[in-house]
Design a protein around this ligand. Structure first.
Ligand SMILES: *[C@@H]1O[C@H](CO)[C@@H](O)[C@H](O)[C@H]1NC(C)=O
Length: 144
């Protein structure tokens, strides 16, 4: 997961560097690119926050696995969007839905954890997921 995310990061940096001369509408303005960058870094942070949740309790383990699957969905969709951007193609229309769906799945999975011994680490992950949702809304608002 970390390796794949560093690929996204490289892609984002690459397209940020070539942003000016290429088609500005799809590549977006500065705020749009900051929002995108925050999503990529937020994904990495959320992934490591999930790893910090103690999964001794099998129900917690199942929920954390579901949360990780949701994040993977988000990462795959963002990779599709980033590849479209760097290759000058239209971003796939269902990729944004996939990002939203993946974030919702991650949020629901974390909400389902009832193990009181992991409340603090779950709360940290939830804060990061909410941050990703906010950044996603920022992308929709700023990347026109
Ligand atoms: C994710 O949840 C938000 C808010 O609850 C909702 O507006 C959005 O449609 C959901 N996304 C998907 C893909 O279901």
């Amino acid at each position: 997961m970390a390796r794949i995310l560093s690929v996204f990061l490289a892609l984002f940096l690459a397209f940020a560097a070539v942003a000016a001369p290429v088609e500005t509408r799809q590549l977006g303005n500065l705020q749009c690119n900051i929002d995108r960058f925050k999503i990529v870094t937020g994904l990495v942070e959320t992934g490591s926050a999930l790893k910090k949740i103690d999964t001794t309790n099998p129900d917690t383990a199942t929920a954390v696995a579901a949360a990780q699957t949701g994040l993977t969905t988000v990462g795959d969709a963002i990779k599709d969007i980033a590849l479209a951007l760097v290759t000058g193609k239209a971003a796939p229309t269902d990729a944004r839905t996939q990002v939203s769906q993946g974030l919702n799945d991650t949020r629901s999975a974390l909400e389902g954890i009832t193990d009181a011994t992991v409340t603090a680490s779950v709360a940290s992950a939830q804060t990061l997921v909410q941050g990703l949702i906010d950044d996603g809304n920022g992308v929709i608002a700023d990347c026109k």
